[in-house]
Ligand binder design. Structure first.
Ligand code: X2X
Length: 339
């Protein structure tokens, strides 16, 4: 009798041991991919995440940040594929870069759709956001938390832009994601698809005239005033970040460690989002910073903004179908409710 119990006990122990992933077997390094460098809220969040995770797991999860696109060798629209293949364990990535694989993420690149952070937050936290997370997860990536690159603003080295006519023929660097090509063509510009790493050289050499990126997360850390004197604040697209994890890596963690990863991601990305928005309301210190560095800041009247919006309306309509009418309608309803 005693022997039977012992055998049963050791068998059940064996089963439990083989079913649960063993922390001792974790790889020595978990790779995290980023397009940008360590400076600014985007990069700083990655450093904080790595540090906190190491501390909270007593060194079991050791994240190494691969900044400036080191993991995807220049092609930023490959980041999602690296994640779902497990080449990257984590990525702190922009929805723009992931949208070639998850085309519904173009929801955030719809021209002039989001009038405020409040509208954006409501979409992210509401049903559309949940649907997007399910779509991401179905493609092998576990989304842990939303973050933010920010509202994208236009800079260029040629002239102030306050009307679509000012964009005529301007060579504007955009990410290799088709909605951006469509938008800038509709505005009369000459959009050029280029990776962010290559874009730096192109700005310096003047082979492109302009680009579009958020003030706090990108323009300031990359000192865009050294290449472009003009900025138009037009909030034409919003760019959330997602801190995501390869499903393969996620599955290899113990439930307790998954919990730590998730909680740490949520905490760090809330901090990151605040950082990305800092200085962009009230006294607008971030914009003052651009002026101090010699940039000429164009803000638009409602009528001027409406002219850009009207020109890009056909792009908006085309992408309703690409993204899915139900998803866009659900987001539109939420946006309208936050006004
Ligand atoms: O490449 C860009 O413009 C950037 C840094 O904003 C993204 O990764 C989408």
């Amino acid at each position: 009798m005693k022997r039977v119990v012992l055998v049963a006990l050791s068998l059940s122990l064996l089963v439990a041991w083989s079913a649960a992933p063993a922390a001792a077997q974790y790889k020595p390094e978990f790779k995290n991919s980023l397009v940008v460098g360590p400076t600014g809220p985007w990069g700083e969040a990655a450093a904080k995440f790595a540090e906190l995770l190491k501390e909270r797991t007593q060194g079991r999860i050791n994240v190494k940040n691969y900044f400036a696109g080191q993991l995807f060798a220049g092609k930023q629209t490959n980041e999602f594929t690296l994640l779902n293949q497990g080449v990257a364990d984590f990525a702190l990535g922009s929805t723009i870069n992931w949208s070639p694989q998850v085309k519904e993420l173009n929801l955030f690149a719809m021209p002039f759709m989001y009038p405020s952070y409040r509208a954006l937050d409501a979409v992210e936290n509401g049903e559309p956001g949940q649907k997007l997370w399910k779509l991401i997860e179905a493609k092998g990536v576990v989304p842990l938390a939303w973050g933010e690159n920010g509202f994208r603003q236009l800079t260029n080295g040629k002239r102030p832009v306050r009307a679509p006519a000012d964009l005529e023929g301007l060579k504007v660097r955009v990410v290799g994601s088709p909605i951006f090509i469509d938008t800038f063509r509709a505005l009369g510009a000459n959009p050029i698809n280029m990776n962010w790493g290559d874009a730096q050289t192109a700005f310096q050499q003047g082979t492109v005239d302009g680009q579009e990126n958020p003030v706090v997360s990108v323009l300031i850390p990359f000192k865009l005033w050294t290449v472009h004197k003009n900025i138009t604040l037009w909030n034409y697209a919003i760019d959330p970040l997602v801190l995501g994890m390869s499903k393969l890596t996620w599955d290899s963690l113990t439930p307790d460690d998954r919990d730590i990863v998730k909680k740490t991601a949520v905490e760090v990305m809330a901090w990151q989002k605040q950082g990305a928005r800092a200085g962009l309301d009230g006294a607008m210190e971030a914009v003052e910073n651009l002026k101090k560095n010699g940039m000429e800041v164009v803000t638009l009247t409602a009528a001027e903004l409406a002219a850009f919006k009207a020109k890009t309306r056909p792009v908006y309509d085309k992408w309703v179908t690409e993204i899915g009418a139900d998803l866009v309608k659900a987001a539109e309803k939420i946006v309208a409710g936050t006004k």
